[in-house]
Design a protein around this ligand. Structure first.
Ligand SMILES: [Zn+2]
Length: 368
């Protein structure tokens, strides 16, 4: 499995649809049989200067994410950073009154330090006190050094350089004509934000358009200029992501966590990864973290998140893979030890020197 040594970025896709979006942003995709560990195939490829290995969770939730992160770290010992890329619920509005920001469906949230948190918090972790109140203890690690620098550069470049519209276009061109519309922007008329107090009327399988009162929605235009987007021009927001094992389906609870923790996005994986691994979380917003779930925005949100992740990786300098044949003498099949914890050169013989010698730029993958 010497080839596994060349990957420096691990990409976690919680769901298969998110893996498909990830596949579409690869500049080069490697043959499946070349990227495997412990009888599992991973998706491997190149994004710019980075060799990226992409895994899908077997189970949803914090634990499923943590298990996958650990498997990838062991199977691909030169992974320096993980990116967790997928869909999530977003808060409709955040920030101080008068200077607030609107999140609309299709926008992207990137985990970044804000207020008391480093970018991700587990909001259901803590000790229960009297009157059903949770004494919060769910802090996680922040975004690590080089990745935070890349993130800050990405943020500073502003809209013009994130190039999400261009990347979405490239992604669709990789699909045959029939499937190209799969990742289209559903547009403002299908962006249904309901009043906080108006709960979903049907079963969880029912689409809101069949069971919920359209008069209870607030359109993008009613939300003001901050909620206006041109087609395929989502905004990227930077802030805290609230993570828990429970699906967040209450507008009231969403608003409470937002106020208490300055969180702008809700999902079920990040806290399982951030605690142990250097990671950044990138989420396309497919609903408003309330009772009105719908699948209509999932594909597009997965695509905008993947496009954004690609933009962020382009801001991260190539990660050198050390020629460990000079510094270590462990047999090539020996996996990295747990204690090595995502560092370079976790032991391999000279057998694969041709693969990783010379670092990322000089790397040769398999038969290519
Ligand atoms: Zn509904």
């Amino acid at each position: 499995m010497a080839r596994n040594q060349q990957f420096t970025i691990g990409w976690i896709s919680p769901l298969p649809l998110e893996k498909e979006a990830a596949r579409l942003v690869l500049d080069e995709e490697y043959p499946q049989e070349d990227v495997q560990h412990e009888n599992t195939f991973y998706l491997g490829g190149r994004i710019g200067q980075h060799k990226v290995v992409i895994g899908v969770q077997r189970k949803i939730g914090l634990n499923g994410a943590a298990v996958l992160a650990e498997k990838m770290r062991v199977g691909f010992p030169n992974i320096k950073y993980l990116v967790l890329v997928g869909i999530a619920g977003g808060v409709p509005r955040y920030g101080p009154t008068g200077a607030s920001s609107e999140i609309v469906l299709g926008d992207v949230v990137v985990s970044s330090p804000r207020g008391n948190h480093g970018g991700v918090l587990q909001y259901d972790k803590g000790a229960w006190q009297g009157e059903g109140r949770l004494n919060f203890r769910g802090h996680t690690n922040g975004v690590p050094g080089d990745l935070l620098a890349a993130l800050n550069n990405f943020r500073a470049e502003g809209w013009s350089k994130t190039n999400i519209p261009g990347r979405l276009k490239q992604m669709r061109l990789k699909l045959d004509e029939k499937r190209q519309h799969q990742f289209d922007d559903p547009g403002p008329t299908r962006d249904r934000l309901f009043e906080d107090e108006y709960n979903h009327r049907g079963t969880e399988l029912d689409d809101c358009k069949d069971c919920c009162d359209a008069d209870q929605t607030i359109s993008r235009s009613e939300r003001g200029d901050g909620a206006t987007r041109l087609l395929d021009e989502p905004l990227v927001h930077f802030g805290n992501i609230a993570s828990s094992n429970q699906l967040q389906i209450s507008a009231r609870e969403r608003n409470r966590v937002q106020l208490e923790h300055d969180a702008i996005c809700f999902e079920m994986e990040a806290a399982g990864v951030m605690e142990e691994y250097p990671c950044v979380v990138i989420r396309g917003i497919c609903d408003y973290a309330d009772s009105h779930k719908n699948k209509g925005w999932q594909n597009y949100a997965a695509a905008t998140a993947a496009a954004c992740a690609k933009g962020l990786l382009s801001m991260l300098p190539a990660i050198e893979v050390t020629d460990s044949s000079k510094t270590a003498s462990l047999p090539s099949e020996q996996p990295a030890t747990h204690a090595s914890n995502i560092t370079f050169g976790s032991g391999n013989s000279g057998q694969q020197a041709g693969v990783i010698n010379g670092g990322v730029h000089g790397a040769v993958f398999g038969r290519r």
